[in-house]
Ligand binder design. Structure first.
Ligand SMILES: [Zn+2]
Length: 80
């Protein structure tokens, strides 16, 4: 195996991983909100009171990073 071959393999591997991540984002666009663990609610320190999680606005869902990048890219296009 030559050094160039290793670099080509590494690049192909990265491209493959990126494609798989894109596919995963497409199939599962949402991930659980990390602040409230997907419950959409934030408990008070006492554990008795709760309110909607401010980060996900009570949905418990977070749009995945890939989608946020895609949305941002879409906003930058003039015709959209
Ligand atoms: Zn949340």
């Amino acid at each position: 195996m030559t050094e160039t071959g290793l670099i080509v393999l590494a690049v192909l591997g990265l491209a493959g991983a990126g494609a798989l991540y894109g596919l995963a984002c497409w199939i599962w666009p949402f991930s659980a909100c990390r602040r409230c663990d997907g419950s959409g609610k934030r408990r008070s320190p006492s554990g008795r009171a709760w309110r909607d999680c401010g980060r996900c606005k009570g949905t418990g869902k977070r749009l995945r990073l890939g989608w946020r990048i895609a949305n941002q890219a879409g906003k930058n296009r003039k015709h959209l």
